[in-house]
Design a protein around this ligand. Structure first.
Ligand code: ASP
Length: 429
């Protein structure tokens, strides 16, 4: 069995077991199943795996960006790649939320619904935009790395790469070293991925076991509109954008991006998925590492189409429940705020809710309203993160294609990059 199939089997079995534990009431708070299996074994395995992925993010981004900048070879190309990906990321996010709001408004989501008092939700402090911009330049790069702050890390790594380019010959040994380090990190991704099927099983079983099914039913309308908007974005908007801007086949793309989506779904974190996205985009879709090393971590940080969609749907839902009228200006503000917020916040689990509280404050919706959708947010987070990561891969492919940095042979070859992680590890030991 290939690794992807094994992971998908893990997802499926995880859902089955999680549902069984949830529906049979075995997950009661003080029961042994909850203590030792769900919060014990599943939690430990899942967390170790996510840690394993996160462990690779900072060194992988650092070395692959250095290689990327040196591979791109000159500053004007670098600027072009940066500019194109930024514009495409912003454009797709804006379209995503506009479509989501239109869909939610047209079905009148939340109108006439009554809810008992919302569970309280207190928003975390969000940094002001000026601070976000200032912090792109790290006063201490090691600290930025230690905290896993992506934008300052990207900034620092690009600067190292640019300086190496400017030094020319002299830096050749360091360039070679960075290339080897990058390969080592990629090999480590393969090793960590070997345990993915079991870890994904544990992560999914835990999430599903804990998900209150009654909540899901109570919020069925919200969930249905949100999932439809996410699917429309993934299957139509993004695929039309891909075809229009690059001429690449959406069918092949959708087939190949599956593994990255599964990891995004199980970890609910675009950041933790960077190693897998990078691997998928370069090895399966044929994007040159020089471009991917830049567009993937950049996208994981600033591009959140799925999260923006959730914000659009949630805004309409809660405004209607509270009987508040936002009007066209209100919705335009929501679109602008969501796009801006996605730039300043990192792709980690649950960050969408923080962004949502920012949006609500701006348009004058009650922040406690977020309490209403809290119960299903973990599941929604998993789904929207898969969409976020797909958006990163779409933009990476478009930018690479436009720069002549996409290997069409690899893209069209359905077997390219399908390696069984285990056989790879064993073969090379
Ligand atoms: N978990 C999402 C991500 O990492 C962000 C969010 O929607 O909360 O992309």
């Amino acid at each position: 069995m290939s690794l992807t199939i094994k992971v998908l089997v893990g997802v499926f079995l995880g859902i089955l077991l999680g549902l069984f534990i949830n529906l049979s009431g075995l997950n009661s708070q003080d029961g042994w199943i909850n203590t030792y299996i769900v919060d014990g074994l599943f939690f430990v395995i899942g967390k170790m795996f996510v840690n394993g992925l996160k462990m690779l993010v900072v060194p992988l981004v650092f070395f692959s960006l250095i290689c990327g900048v040196c591979g791109i070879g000159n500053l004007s190309t670098l600027g072009r790649v940066g500019g194109k990906s930024f514009l495409l990321y912003m454009m797709t996010t804006a379209i995503a939320i506009a479509v989501a709001i239109s869909l939610a408004v047209s079905v009148g989501l939340g109108e006439g619904m009554e809810f008992e008092e919302a569970t309280s939700f207190t928003a975390k402090e969000t940094p002001p935009l000026s601070e976000v911009i200032i912090n792109i330049v790290p006063s201490n790069p090691i600290q930025a790395m230690a905290n896993g702050d992506m934008l300052p890390l990207i900034f620092f790594s690009i600067l190292v790469g640019i300086s190496m380019l400017m030094l020319g010959e002299k830096s050749t040994p360091f360039v070679k070293g960075a290339e080897i380090a990058n390969e080592i990190m990629m090999k480590m991704v393969t090793i960590v991925m070997a345990i993915a099927p079991y870890a994904v099983f544990a992560l999914i079983a835990k999430s599903v076991a804990e998900l209150g099914l009654e909540l899901l039913i109570q919020l069925a309308a919200y969930v249905a509109v949100l999932v439809s908007a996410l699917l429309i974005h993934l299957l139509f908007t993004l695929m039309i954008v891909l075809k229009l801007f690059s001429g690449l086949s959406p069918m092949i793309f959708l087939r190949k991006i599956r593994s990255a989506q599964v990891f995004a779904f199980s970890t609910a974190s675009s950041n933790a998925t960077i190693p897998v996205t990078l691997r998928t985009v370069t090895k399966r879709l044929g994007v040159d590492n020089a471009v991917a090393s830049f567009t993937v971590p950049f996208g994981a940080t600033i591009n959140m189409d799925g999260t923006a969609i959730m914000q659009g749907v949630a805004t309409v839902f809660i405004a209607n429940i509270y009987g508040l009228e936002l009007g066209v200006m209100g919705y335009l503000t929501v679109i602008l705020m969501s796009v801006l917020a996605s730039v300043g916040t990192a792709g980690v689990p649950g960050v969408g809710l923080i962004m949502l509280s920012m949006v609500f404050t701006q348009v004058g919706l009650p922040v406690e309203g977020i309490g209403l959708i809290l119960g299903v947010d973990r599941l929604m987070d998993m789904i929207r993160t898969a969409v976020n990561v797909s958006g990163d891969a779409v933009v990476s492919s478009i930018v690479a294609k436009s720069e002549g940095s996409l290997d069409r042979g690899v893209y069209d070859d359905s077997m390219a990059g399908v390696e069984d992680a285990e056989s790879l590890v064993i073969k090379n030991v």
